[in-house]
Design a protein around this ligand. Structure first.
Ligand code: ZN
Length: 424
């Protein structure tokens, strides 16, 4: 297939040019002007529309997809842990495998519509542990999305549920690699994990050759509950495995960040969640090169996350330029490339054909110099028209291919009411 006549937007490093893209067997085979079609090769004229690599949400909670609109509780949560107990743990405990599957579909559609082609998820459903990652895998795989999955192991439900949480990873760890699915070992957060359970997560990760995916110092509660700095504790327990994803890192110091960077770990930043949970402001000036953006379950709109984060840090004087934000946005593709062992995130030969066609926002000329600022001030998910993953169109004219949206809406309403009923 040749995608003809697009404005090609590379984000890492920023570049703007006009040209064609040849896609062969799920990969970009050639980028240039006036590519000549071979016999039988399909040509799609993009007629000046904008084309960019698919985005990556580096920390999501798809299980929250049925949360929006759930009945509020009479007594407002006091602090972060209280909010987990009163809201999120009640929600995840009410999920069954059917609700997990619907959450995956609803969240996956939201991701495609935001131009996201890879979702890195952190899943919990303590009363439907075994089979939950397979349910998410089926849902996201059915939509054509790449995914990096894990189950968040925790001691909050006792030793048996912690054991099942570890076991939940085994099926997908044993599945053949296809470049569309990867597994990390999930762990909730230090303050709900014993030393032994963290050691067990690290041991499973070492055996499987994969890193962990864990919340770290999201709120002050993490260190206050345990009585030990979270990064130092993970290091003491041998859990800072290369390729691990440490979400949040709001309450850590420059030394902690340097330590986990040296260990080859990733940090993810979720500015909207940090604001919504009032947990504080992440020390962005010290965040390592391996910092990617996530949403923490507030949908998968990475451009909205980018904009909110940029404004928040601008107000605080953190010193991140638009180029720094663009790097954090595109770093998700490097994180996902490492996990999936597929080259993601650039419009260049050899990279996966994970592509987003955008309706242009008419205005001043785009350039390599102003593209990072345009991502913050001009781009939005509303521009996303088509999405290709692995060389196959998965969203056409904003509709997920092969999915009846109205039927999914009806199914999601039913599933949400069932979950809310169990929460009550
Ligand atoms: Zn999270």
């Amino acid at each position: 297939m040749i995608l003809r006549g697009a404005k090609l937007l590379d984000l890492d490093p920023p570049a703007v040019r006009v040209g064609d893209v040849r896609v062969v067997d799920g990969r970009i085979a050639e980028v240039g002007e006036g590519l000549v079609p071979g016999v039988g090769e399909i040509v799609e004229d993009l007629a000046g529309r904008w084309l960019m690599p698919g985005l990556v949400c580096a920390h999501h909670h798809l299980y929250s997809a049925l949360a929006c609109g759930m009945p509020f509780l009479p007594d407002a949560p006091e602090g972060f842990t209280d909010m987990l107990r009163k809201v999120w743990w009640r929600l995840d405990e009410a999920l069954d495998l059917g609700a997990v599957a619907v959450s995956g579909l609803v969240g996956g559609v939201g991701a495609l519509r935001a131009g996201v082609t890879t979702v890195v998820d952190h899943h919990a459903s303590p009363n439907a542990i075994l089979g939950s990652l397979e349910a998410l895998d089926d849902a996201l795989g059915g939509l054509g999305l790449r995914r990096v999955l894990c189950y968040e192991v925790t001691d909050r439900g006792g030793a048996e549920k912690a054991r099942l949480g570890l076991k939940a990873h085994e099926g997908l760890l044993a599945a053949p690699r296809d470049g569309r699915r990867a597994v990390r070992i999930g762990a909730h957060a230090g303050f709900t994990l014993s030393d032994d359970t963290i050691r067990a997560c690290a041991a499973l990760g070492r055996d499987a050759g994969v890193g962990l995916h864990i919340h770290v110092a999201e709120a002050v509660d993490d260190e206050a509950t345990v009585g030990e700095p979270p990064v130092a504790r993970l290091a003491r327990l041998g859990a800072l495995l290369p390729g691990s994803i440490l979400a949040h890192c709001v309450h850590v110091g420059p030394g902690d960040l340097a330590r986990l960077s040296d260990a080859g770990c990733w940090v993810t930043h979720q500015p909207r969640s940090n604001m919504n949970n009032a947990v504080g402001r992440a020390p962005l000036p010290y965040f390592p090169v391996r910092t990617a953006l996530g949403t923490d379950g507030i949908g998968a709109d990475m451009l909205a996350e980018l904009q909110a984060g940029a404004f928040r840090s601008q107000e605080a004087g953190d010193g991140w330029s638009p180029a720094d934000w663009a790097r954090a946005l595109t770093a998700g593709a490097r994180l996902a490339s490492d996990a999936l062992r597929v080259r993601l995130g650039r419009l260049a030969p050899g990279y996966a054909a994970d592509l987003v066609v955008l309706d242009p926002v008419p205005g001043p000329p785009l350039s390599a110099e102003n593209l990072p600022a345009a991502l913050i001030f001009r781009f939005s998910a509303a521009m996303v028209r088509h999405v290709m993953v692995d060389g196959v169109w998965r969203l056409r004219d904003r509709d997920p291919v092969g999915l009846d949206l109205c039927a999914l809406d009806s199914r999601a309403q039913g599933a949400a009411l069932e979950v809310w009923g169990r929460m009550a």
